[in-house]
Design a protein. Sequence first.
Length: 211
Amino acid sequence: MIPTINKDTVEKYFTRALIVVLAIIVLFETCSSGHNIKPKETVTTKIDTFWQRKIDTVTKKETVYKTLPGKITKEYIPSKNCDSLKEQYIFLRDKFLAKNIYKDTLKLDQLGNIQITDSIYQNKIQKRIFIKDICILTIEKTVTITKDAEPVRQVYIGGNLFTNAGRSTIIIPSLIYKDKKDRVYQIHYGIDNKGNIYYGGGIFWKIKLHK
């Protein structure tokens, strides 16, 4: 004699079994979430070497370091003639008060050059200007740290609609939960147009595909 299986009893035990499975999933997720999942970190180091041009202008006021006696030549000996003496004075006056500007450039091989400008007035260096136009070898190091987004838990709610040639339609609302390790848990409860009740659950693992 084949025993009769009561539909309500099957649904009752199936529901209990589903609750136990879900409890195990939640317990497993709770225990595994205690381990911190560190997001992947990518460190990129870039080193650039280039010549950096630098132009500076420096102005200095020079002071007399030492004064040495000069040699007295004929043109600096006073003439005994009044007219000649006057001409000597004018010549020496103009020569003494004239401003002489000297420019020179010092080459520094491939580094560049330094331009020097001296202004001499009343037999003194009034000022000196240095213009540095040089290239400096520069090494620039750039470190870029890129972190992946931290894993998060996600919950989805939705449903499925199934039908067949026999015009039987099933509506199945579903609840989906994804943990930090990209594991997906699904439970659903549905009913067809004939009043039959359906229960279900599932678990999915992420498959990593090579690029």
